[in-house]
Each structure stands twice: as C-alpha cells, then as structure tokens.
Unconditional design. Structure first.
Length: 113
C-alpha cells in the first residue's frame, strides 16, 4: 500500500513541477498573448485559469498524499534503509581453507656432506 502511494506521489510531484514551470510569472499562462482569433478557452485568460485550477488540484493531491504517507509510516521504527535495498537471496560463497604448511622435522638437524 505504501509503495503504491509513494509511486502516485512521485507522479503527482513531477506533474506539479512541470505545471509550475509552464506558467508565466505574470499569470499569462503558457505565454499566449491576448485572444488573437482563439476562443475564450484557449485564450490567455482561459489557459491561465486552466493551469491555475490544475495546479491547485495537484497541490491538494500532493498535500493529501504527503499526509497519508506520513500517517502510514509513523509507527515504523528501526527499519532504516531504502526501498531499493533488497536482501541477498543467495548466501555468500566461502573459500576453502588453505592447506597447512608442511611440518618441520623434529630432532637435531643432521648435516649432509
């Protein structure tokens, strides 16, 4: 459930960023000038109203999803990590032990000539 909400939250965030970047700071909306032969819907005012309304809806969705994700994860303690981390399914391979060195002869060394 949390992962689904997180993915939806990601899409809403990307759409909200894109919508804010499209809008003009003066409220012109998409940079379309005054109505130059276009209808009222796609004129300067119509586009600005559409973008403003869509931005407010996406902002409300963003706020609601943020609150719901925070409430769902408030009781999770001690599980720190990323959702991208996956546990290892295979055990680590161990190397065989190195062979023991040959034992030194016991007793006095005998000189050979």
């Amino acid at each position: 459930m949390t992962n689904v909400l997180l993915i939806i939250h990601l899409f809403v965030t990307i759409a909200l960023i894109g919508l804010v970047l499209i809008q003009r700071s003066e409220g012109g909306g998409l940079g379309i000038g005054s109505s130059q032969g276009m209808g009222a819907f796609m004129g300067g005012r119509g586009t600005a109203n559409l973008l403003t309304r869509t931005t407010s809806i996406l902002g409300a969705l963003f706020f609601g999803l943020s609150l719901s994700l925070a409430l769902l994860n408030r009781g999770v303690v001690g599980r720190s990590g990323s959702i991208l981390d996956t546990p290892d399914s295979k055990p680590a391979l161990s190397l065989p032990a190195a062979p023991a060195a040959p034992a030194a002869p016991k007793g006095p060394a005998v000189p050979t000539n």
